[in-house]
Design a protein around this ligand. Structure first.
Ligand SMILES: Cc1ncc(C[n+]2csc(CCOP(=O)(O)OP(=O)(O)O)c2C)c(N)n1
Length: 367
């Protein structure tokens, strides 16, 4: 076990004072601490490649090493700027990566995390990134060593942290939230109103888990689901690829963190003009599935954004009263249409996780 306060202290002693990254559940206590930092010292990025690049820019202007935090699944987003810009054979830019190691072979985890967890160390070796694994406070000495090496040789280094390692000395206070619409309330109405034989592609995290749970409990079988258990940010692209070759009504149940991770495909959706494609953003302005860190989606005018990039229609739901009326209009509309649903944080308890993924895929592919 490691206190996050001691981890941050070690970084500060080694002149690491700037943080950027994409939140991860293993690193939640770090995110909570960074939540109190000024923008100058902490920037939440939309994807891990962008976080690495912000870190590169930080080094160019300050000559100090940034801390880039990420889940190991995000290593794939990060690889491009890591290998093509920061790598020692290119610009040789020192960076410190703090990686939440989901699917580490010593911890039970979900199929998508197991697959990435197994190859994480191999990936780092292939990228010639020296790493240490932080399991207890003694390991902070290893951390000091590799940071020194990073400074001296101007190279990228990393530490890996497994589930349950980081703790905080703070008492975590649960925020009381005023509930208008929750994700679950929306999903219940949504699957009730779905046209027969429609398809739903749902995003990573609580959205897919709640959709699966609500389907199971309510026994509503109109439509079939494909759960994006990984590949965060790619749900709309999968939905687009599906709708492009099908006459089925195709719905993408997306999150604000997810859509911001890869915003470009919204433009592809806009210009391909598929009439059967309907895109829903469940906007809670946060990465709720990994601890509720801000996404900063709150200030975005999705109406103007969607119109300017070619969506035919835009709808918005902000309260329970108008939910059903607007949802019906959206479902009937000619796509591509965007529906923004303002939701409050709050998730169903004891959610199960999609497990038999091959069966889910096979079932989705049957008419
Ligand atoms: C590439 C990648 N980076 C980070 C994560 C960790 N992660 C899982 S869900 C999630 C938050 C998603 O936020 P949002 O789409 O707004 O949905 P919410 O959790 O609020 O329902 C994050 C960051 C991931 N799965 N994949």
């Amino acid at each position: 076990m490691i206190f996050v306060e001691n981890l941050i202290k070690t970084l500060k002693k080694n002149k690491i004072n700037f943080f950027t990254g994409v939140p991860d559940s293993i690193l939640t206590s770090l995110s909570k601490k960074l939540g109190n930092y000024p923008l100058k010292k902490h920037v939440i990025a939309t994807n891990e490649g962008s976080a690495v690049s912000i870190g590169i820019g930080h080094y160019l202007s300050t000559k100090t090493i940034p801390c880039i935090y990420l889940q190991n699944s995000g290593l794939s987003n990060a690889i491009n700027p890591l290998i093509s810009i920061a790598n020692q054979e290119v610009y040789s830019i020192p960076l410190f990566l703090m990686i939440g190691w989901r699917g580490s072979p010593s911890k039970p985890d979900e199929p998508q995390h197991k697959a990435k967890g197994k190859i994480t160390l191999k990936l780092l070796k292939l990228l010639k990134i020296k790493y240490c694994i932080l399991r207890n406070e003694k390991d902070l000495d290893l951390l000091k060593k590799i940071i020194k090496e990073s400074i001296k040789n101007k190279k990228i280094v990393a530490c890996l942290i497994e589930k349950g390692t980081l703790k905080t000395k703070d008492r975590i206070r649960e925020k009381k939230i005023f509930k208008s619409i929750t994700r679950a309330e929306f999903i219940k109405r949504f699957i009730g109103l779905l046209p027969l034989r429609s398809k739903v592609i749902s995003t990573t995290g609580y959205t897919s888990r709640e959709l699966m749970e609500i389907r199971k409990k309510s026994n509503i079988n109109k439509g079939k689901d494909f759960y994006m258990v990984g590949g965060m940010g790619h749900s709309i692209s999968v939905a687009l690829g599906y709708a492009h070759n099908s006459r089925k009504q195709t719905f993408c149940l997306d999150g604000d963190g997810s859509i911001l991770m890869h915003l470009g495909p919204m433009r592809t959706t806009g210009y391909t003009k598929n009439i059967n494609l309907k895109h829903i953003i469940l906007n809670n302005n946060s990465h709720e599935s990994v601890g509720g860190q801000l996404t900063n989606a709150a200030g975005i005018d999705f109406k103007r954004l969607s119109k300017s990039i070619g969506y035919r229609n835009f709808y918005k739901i902000t309260n329970k009263k108008s939910l059903e009326r607007i949802l019906k209009k959206f479902i009937k509309s000619k796509g591509p249409s965007l529906l923004e649903v303002k939701i409050n944080n709050g998730t169903l308890k004891n959610l199960s996780r999609p497990k038999n993924l091959i069966k889910i895929k096979d079932n989705f592919m049957i008419n």
